[in-house]
Design a binder for this molecule. Sequence first.
Ligand SMILES: [Zn+2]
Length: 576
Amino acid sequence: MKKYLVISFLFLTLTIEAQIPATIFESSNGKESASYKECLNFFKQLAGKSGQIQMKTMGPTDAGLPLNLVLFSADKQFNPSKWKEQEKLIIFVINGIHPGEPDGIDASMMLLRDLIAGKIKAPSNIVLAILPIYNIGGSLNRGGFSRVNQDGPLAYGFRGNSQNLDLNRDFIKSDSKEAKSFAEIFHWLNPDIFIDNHVSDGADYQYTMTLLTTQHNKLGGPIGQYLHEVFEPSLFKGMETKKMTMTPYVNFEEGNPEKGWNYFYDPPRFSSGYAALFQTMSFLPETHMLKPFTERVKSTYALMQTFIEQGSQQAKAIKAARKQSIEAVKKQTEFALGFKTDTSKFQLIPFNGYETAKKISAVTGMQRMYYDHSKPFSKPVKYFNYALPEKIVQKPSAYLIPQGWHSVIELLRINAVQFKILDKDSIIEVNAYRIEDYKTSTRAYEKHYRHSDVKTSMRLQKIAFRKGDILIPTGQAADRFLVETLEPIGDDGYFAWNFFDAILQQKEGYSNYRWEDVAGEFLDRHPEIKQSLEEKKQTDPAFAASVNAQLDFVYKQSPWYEPAHLRYPVYRIEKK
Ligand SMILES: [Zn+2]
């Protein structure tokens, strides 16, 4: 009986391998990367051959095509609530967010085939979810020139999506349909580990694989500590065992790293920064652009295999640390909206680079820098990988948002935020922010003229809310996401991303000749305001010389001035 089982297993393995053709990457000897269609067809074939793979059609993209999610589960169980019961570790992989960097696309095709064929071990405590190509529009915009730094493949997609957006800056503002669909998938899966496969730009060095890990102090809590002390080192070791030694993401552009380098700060607009808001360990494998495509795909495959091996071995510990972190966030009272490098602390890491030298440029006739491959070096460098929190804010006991701000409310909904809808009109005492000052970028960045250096004041006031307005109690898993997006001073908050720009403009005003009369009578009734006007005239010569400034000064202190101007429409109910 046993013999029969072994033979039939072997037969099954062989038949699956025989029935599934090689990937485009393999059949072209590592010269080509699968197109969108080829990639999808390949996964459809796999799903047809093995019950361990399921393909699901998910939400829309700007390209007019839906996202396809490929799931792998060794026990053929495809229900996330069952995975939760079974304590499975969920690994979520996305490829082709920058389709010009396609290594993950081809590596994932081979990885899933090899898992169902039994060529590599498929642990039963792991579930894999893969978005084979996230930026479909960019992937269909195929060419061979947009990545001048890169060694292969022959053809690849373009970085911008169908709106020419960089999807790896879109996870908070969600201008693309992709980002909204992604958020729904992310919360449906609730992954423990998130991987977003890329190819780097920047300096030259010996490594094929570099790993950008979300900053551990920023991830925070028991999971941040676990990531830094146990999981990330195990990935480096796992790759070394496979003779594919990697280095932390190399964060210097040109020259030699004499001074070492800082960790890469991944704010929530980036995929990994977004995932970290939900206590998910997140990673951007960045293969080195100057290495041949074949080597890059192989190392991406090896790293994903390492994630599966280490994830499986450490599943219990990872799940426990993440659970503790999720509970801790619900109780956390202070949140940092920014981080800066702690320059007093660093790790000494080995680094295999190339010496740089100067020669005459064939283009300009002047001196240029180049990396001398005949002079490789190995030396320790300082890696500044500790971050200190800044811009600390207190979490309120709830936020209140009037229903008119529906684009924000929609984003809260798709990000699994729990909220209540007011069932009657109510006067509620809230803390209201006023935007006192801010700067606005004069150049577009990803479709926005972002605000920064936001200064606010806050005042307790009674405000009329209506049936249908949104009350968001904190103390939930999404607390970090809420504070990050709803506090007006955050770099990746909805205020910075222009969602509330309508409050920045006054909607009503006055004609000077009419306001002169009304303001005169108003000042007679309010001598205290008349006095402050006189005082300001004494101390501020420009003010004293300006009719408009003085009329405006009185108007802004009168009941005719609209309360909504500069009043930030996300209100706080403070903790008692
Ligand atoms: Zn990239």
